[in-house]
Write a protein that binds this ligand. Structure first.
Ligand code: FKS
Ligand code: ZN
Length: 341
């Protein structure tokens, strides 16, 4: 399995995150990536650096104004004499206008953000470009490689065409899926096994029939991102039938998860994709501090084995996972499961 990662992905380093009312250490921090890399290296895997891509393939799924905002917002923040990280002060929810970004700095941050746990730091732009480069490198070479892992950090599946949140800015899996389409794949499937629903990925492809989005995740009635991810969201217009959500209750153990996985894999296989992108979250782990499923260390080998049955060229894009001590080993278990080793 080819693995792609750049140390530039450690430059996005939020100062803090609010949890249970208290400002503390961020869950989504550079150490996550270092633990994943360390785990893979001790398992004997070689890690390659990505090539640098222009912004164009990213702009295939993201709004140009949104990307310009992401690139400039932190220097604007500093130029305004501010310290710390850029984060929103308000949200354009029901009855507010959300059709045009305000002019001021705070107005624009508030316009593009959907949560308060995702802040923009000095190194954010460089980091998210490097993270997307991993996905783009993996996508470009997928037909040749057959299988690859883009060790993306920060993650991407909550980011939409013109919004950020859930630790995500650029939707790496969506960028990869679109790059595969543009390289000639006629149908691409995205299978999302992160604990959280990938609202950004779903939104980006919701009205399209050429990209299937199938996801197993915690019920949005109880868990982030709260406002999308229900089973009755099946796609729209030409995309009707190309969106499959399987929400599961908190406390879900492998036997239930595995049944859902069979359904999702069945949908992906029936779609007849030329390539598959797996949004690989490992926050379904019982000890994950943000999540409430009960998968064990051994279950990740089983998850890998199930994912290994996908017949198409398949690239894995890293999403979430916050149980720092087990991250590397659980990722290795999945990879061994995939390869049947
Ligand atoms: C309070 C907790 C904030 C946010 C959960 C974000 C989950 C992100 C993820 C991703 F894959 F994108 F990383 N809850 N500060 O795991 O889905
Ligand atoms: Zn997650």
């Amino acid at each position: 399995m080819r693995v792609i990662y750049s140390t530039d992905q450690e430059r996005h380093a939020p100062l803090g995150e609010f949890n249970r009312g208290v400002l503390g250490q961020p869950y989504e921090r550079p150490q996550r990536a270092r633990e994943l890399v360390g785990g893979l290296r001790s398992a004997g895997l070689t890690i390659e650096t990505p090539d640098a891509f222009p912004v164009d393939p990213i702009a295939r799924v993201h709004d140009a104004g949104y990307l310009a905002f992401l690139e400039s917002v932190h220097s604007e923040w500093r130029a305004a004499g501010r310290d710390g990280d850029a984060f929103p002060l308000a949200f354009p929810i029901r009855s507010f206008r959300s059709d045009r970004p305000p002019v001021s700095l705070d107005g624009r941050v508030s316009y593009y953000a959907f949560d308060i746990s995702t802040v923009i730091t000095e190194g954010t732009w460089q980091t998210i470009r490097a993270s997307a480069d991993c996905a783009l490198t993996a996508a470009r070479d997928l037909v040749h490689d057959g299988r690859s892992l883009a060790l993306c950090r920060p993650p991407g599946h909550h980011a939409g065409r013109d919004f950020f949140g859930g630790y995500c800015f650029i939707n790496n899996a969506a960028v990869a899926a679109q790059a595969l389409r543009d390289a000639g794949a006629e149908r691409v499937a995205i299978l999302d096994v992160d604990y959280h629903h990938g609202n950004g990925t779903q939104a980006i492809f919701y009205d399209r029939s050429d990209v299937l989005y199938a996801s197993i995740h915690a019920d949005p009635a109880t868990d982030f991102p709260y406002f999308l991810g229900y089973a009755d969201e099946t796609g729209m217009g030409a995309g009707e039938g190309a969106n499959c959500n399987i929400p599961l209750p908190r406390g879900t153990v492998w036997s239930t998860y595995s049944d859902a996985l069979d359904v999702a894999l069945g949908r992906v296989k029936a779609f007849g994709a030329d390539a598959t992108v797996v949004s690989l979250g490992i926050d379904t782990f019982a000890a994950d501090p943000l999540s409430h499923f009960q998968l064990t260390n051994d279950d990740f080998a089983k998850l890998g084995a199930a994912l290994g049955t996908l017949g198409t060229p398949t690239m894995f894009v890293m999403e979430g996972g916050y149980a720092i001590d087990d991250l590397g080993a659980n990722l290795v278990r999945i990879l061994h499961g995939i390869e049947g080793t």
